[in-house]
Write a protein that binds this ligand. Structure first.
Ligand code: URA
Length: 434
């Protein structure tokens, strides 16, 4: 077997065997296959596609290219959650302590953000003292003790995906359904998930721009889940406008804390409840989705979800006085109001453009080495279809650089489209695929 034959086969639209896929993944991970040959094969896959069996073989080969987190010591079914990424996506910060407070064991290794979508780990690191790197033993011990641990990816999980993702990113090969599906599922399998709830975001701030392609991606991942013996549920959610009100690390942590205390933006609430209800179902804690949602709301009302978050932060050595009094969080130097230029209805707030501005202010990374400024970001108090008056404050830009804040304001004024006609509001939960 050699890589040239494999490239030629895929270039001609033929189906690759499991052995050929494993040969490629092992060779590429061990640096025996150079980037130029790997990128040629990836482009051929991008153009010719893959069968479901090929995508599953690719997923499993990538999952086994490094360590596999063994969670069997927990003696519990681990249901993992993953989002395909978005702007203002602080769902994990809320959802995971919430479901943990209802008995769903949460053992999650999360990623950092790259590009305009933020990562859960960066958000958690904006809490002073919070340790995101724990030994695997301590990580498992925390789950045993308090039912939840949330850490950064410390093990060498799915290294083939890491290399291939960087290669795809630099060769215009990201938006391929088999490549995205295998990338996400390989990481979930490597991180010990037995069942998986996926939040597939759809819209301008997501990889999938329309429901049709998101449906295809979901079906592909469910099929991989079946073939790999990991039950998977996909929830398609709207990511055309930012989720919730805040975009930026500390700002999102504060929004998450407020949510756990009962102040819930409607779109965020819907996403959290839907994902959580399915996590409970897959954990055998309730068959009825609507009942599960009620239980989740009860644990917000009675403070159990908030207290679980405090427990999590404390267990990971974070300073809980910041959670108890969010005024203690360091603030950006400048808080610039965003003022509506005219009366009307908000017609559009392009999520990807807002994400890029937050990134420009310093909330995200363009390169892996970039340092994040936790304090900066954007808060938008209005959502699409809401009415605004002329000269009304519709949000704030938080910045540490005056020049940047001015440029950001100019951009945001263009991004928030206001019109006389009230637009039809898109649903937040677009589809559930099992
Ligand atoms: N998220 C991933 O982890 N991989 C992709 O390819 C796209 C989104």
């Amino acid at each position: 077997m050699n890589i040239l034959e494999i490239i030629e086969k895929k270039r001609n639209g033929k189906v690759l065997s499991k052995d050929e896929i494993e040969f490629f993944i092992n060779g590429y991970t061990n640096n025996e296959i150079p980037d130029y040959q790997a990128s040629s094969l990836i482009m051929a896959i991008f153009i010719k596609g893959m069968t479901k069996q090929e995508t599953t073989d690719l997923t499993l080969a990538m999952a086994h290219s490094g360590e596999i987190l063994d969670l069997s010591k927990l003696n519990k079914t681990i249901v993992d959650k993953h989002s395909s990424g978005g702007v203002g996506d602080k769902v994990s910060l809320i959802l995971l302590p919430l479901v943990a407070s209802l008995g769903v064991p949460v053992a999650k290794m999360s990623g950092r953000g790259l590009g305009f979508t933020g990562g859960t780990i960066d958000k958690l690191e904006s809490i002073p003292g919070y340790k995101t790197t724990l030994s695997v033993d301590k990580f498992i011990n925390n789950v045993n003790e308090i039912g939840i641990s949330l850490i950064a990816q410390t093990m060498n999980l799915a290294p083939a995906d890491k290399k291939l993702y960087a290669l795809r990113d630099s060769t215009a090969c990201i938006e391929s359904i088999p490549l995205i599906a295998s990338s996400i599922m390989s990481k979930k399998i490597a991180s010990g998930a037995q069942k998986i709830v996926l939040d597939i975001t759809v819209g301008s701030g997501a990889f999938m721009k329309d429901i049709e392609s998101a449906t295809k991606l979901a079906e592909e991942m469910i099929e991989i889940g079946k073939l790999a013996n990991r039950e998977t549920v996909c929830i398609l959610t709207n990511m055309d406008e930012p989720l919730g009100w805040a975009v930026g690390n500390t700002l999102e942590v504060i929004e998450a804390i407020n949510f756990l205390k009962g102040n819930m933006p409607e779109d965020l609430k819907q996403v959290v409840l839907e994902l959580g209800a399915y996590m409970m179902k897959l954990s055998n804690l309730g068959e009825n989705i609507e009942e599960n949602k009620k239980k989740m709301l009860q644990n917000i009302e009675n403070g159990k979800a908030y207290r679980k978050f405090i427990e999590l932060v404390k267990m990971q050595e974070g300073d809980i006085s910041y959670i108890e009094n969010t005024d203690k969080f360091e603030k950006a130097k400048y808080g610039i109001p965003i003022i509506s230029k005219k009366e009307g209805y908000i017609n559009r707030i392009d999520a990807s453009k807002i994400g890029k501005i937050a990134c420009y202010l310093g909330a995200g990374r363009i390169k892996k080495e970039d340092k994040i400024d936790y304090t900066v970001g954007i808060i938008l108090d209005k959502k699409v279809s809401e009415k605004v008056k002329e000269k009304e404050i519709i949000g704030y830009i938080y910045a540490n650089d005056q020049e940047k804040s001015k440029k950001a304001l100019e951009q945001i004024e263009k991004i928030i489209e206001i019109d006389n006609v009230k637009p039809k509001k898109l649903d937040t939960i677009l589809k559930i695929i099992k």
